[in-house]
Design a protein around this ligand. Structure first.
Ligand code: ATP
Length: 236
């Protein structure tokens, strides 16, 4: 496919009186890691949900791998790995059993090798047969990423992948994002409210404030403009 992997043009989303996203234009190119940066309520999750076909735009158009998610949500789901901001698994099932279960739900047959690969990729091979209820928050997050990797997507969308994880867990997730891009050529869109984390892994960043994209560019460009700031709330 030529052209951007993700393309958003003039996207507006209103929930009643609230305008969550206003006239957003954004492109994510093949093989890049793009960060949606903004405080709580800025419109990041709403933007992500429209890319997955889980939320219908009020106006504008959205394409993922050339597909219109509002009409072709099943095809998008098949090709795009999505990790929500609060990942949930069955605590009495092991990590491997949880992945088996979702693989079956996604219609992936003969998933054992894929599951083993995904667990290895996220550094959970040793904990694969431990109950998910005994995992730390960071391990659960990495299991969420493994779950998305089982379908071997070319695009990953991660909503606040480091939220509520301990510092070591954060570093493991960030390292994993770098590896997915560098070794698997994945295109990755992630949201965060922390500038320094986005700076560590993203090629380009879009800064959201109250539903508007107020700046976007390479990490170097934005770092220069926001020098000294750690979060967009502080630099506001
Ligand atoms: P957070 O990290 O807190 O989820 P966000 O940047 O992802 O923040 P959104 O969740 O997209 O932001 O929310 C943007 C705005 O839209 C907020 O004012 C939120 O209250 C509102 N909103 C989101 N979903 C709904 C909904 N289903 N119904 C009504 N308002 C909503």
């Amino acid at each position: 496919m030529d052209g951007p992997v993700i393309s958003i043009q003039g996207l507006t989303k209103r929930y009643g009186e609230v305008t969550a996203v206003r006239d957003l234009d954004l492109e994510v190119r093949r093989g890049e890691v793009y960060g949606l940066l903004g405080p709580n309520g800025a419109g990041k999750t709403t933007t992500i949900l429209t890319l997955l076909g889980l939320c219908e735009p009020t106006a504008g158009s959205v394409r993922v791998l050339g597909l219109d998610p509002a009409r072709e949500a099943v095809a998008v789901k098949r090709q795009v790995g999505y990790v929500p901001d609060s990942v949930g698994f069955y605590p009495t099932l092991t990590g491997r059993e949880n992945l088996r279960y979702t693989a079956r739900l996604n219609g992936i047959r003969s998933a054992e090798d894929r599951i083993a690969d995904a667990l290895e990729q996220v550094g959970l091979a040793d904990a694969a047969d431990t109950r998910a209820g005994a995992y730390s928050r960071g391990m659960v997050q990495r299991l969420g990423i493994a779950d998305a990797l089982v379908k071997r997507p070319s695009v990953m969308i991660l909503d606040e992948p480091t939220i509520a994880i301990d510092p070591e867990g954060v570093q493991r997730v960030l390292a994993l994002i770098r590896t997915l891009r560098a070794e698997h050529g994945m295109t990755i869109l992630l949201s965060s409210h922390l500038l320094h984390q986005v700076q560590e892994v993203c090629d380009r960043v879009g800064i959201f404030v109250r539903g508007r994209l107020v700046a976007d560019g390479s990490v170097e460009e934005l770092s220069r403009r926001l020098s000294g700031g750690r979060t967009v709330v502080e630099v506001g």
